[in-house]
Ligand binder design. Sequence first.
Ligand code: ZN
Ligand code: FE
Length: 255
Amino acid sequence: MPLELVTIPALSDNYTFLLHDSDSGDTACIDVPEAAPILSELSSRGWSLTDIWLTHHHHDHIGGVDDLLHKHDAKVTGARADRHRLPSLNREVGDGDAFEFGGERVEVLDVSGHTVGHIAFVVPDSGYAFTADSLMALGCGRLFEGSAEQMWESLQKLAALDPETLICSGHEYTQANAKFAITVDPDNDALKARIKRINSARDSNEPTVPSKLSEEVATNPFLRATDPAIQAHLDMIGAQPVDVFAEIRARKDRF
Ligand code: ZN
Ligand code: FE
């Protein structure tokens, strides 16, 4: 039985996630945009929080930690590299580290690019990856601190995970990402079909997150810098993938 995953909308367009092991009762929250929706989900399920995992220091991912800790005695895990700008950490982790949660192994990947020090938490047995503002549904985070090289390398690590992995990313940006994606990959039938599904989900106010990695590989232009059709469309046939990625990211910034 995989760990139970609950997706919770927070603030205007963020997502936070609960991960729950029914045997031990252990419950982790991944990123804390604000406490209120998390507290009400916990109380309606009768769960108490044992763990908080933080992906990066932006306020919309850590702003509710103190309020959550007032109500729950949870252990906070975050990047050693970002300890100076994260809430006080009980466990500091870095690229390649692993720890145990609910009887499963949790692997930490450095996925710098959006920020330097951004990490992802991967739970291979249950098939979840908490990617926040690195790999997102049909997108990737804006490069505030890192270089295109760093983000491309980060995305390659995530793309190498099991294709069935659910990508639990940090924002409901998918519809806007779709409008851009089709401009660089206009002949991709899988993308066109996905956009239809995204639009109907959003019409009924359903989340488009999490998304399956195999679907991102097939449709997310930021993972597709080696794709001949995209390279041709950008007039970059045979260019280095990282340069194609940088061009796609630059176009998205101007879009
Ligand atoms: Zn961010
Ligand atoms: Fe964010």
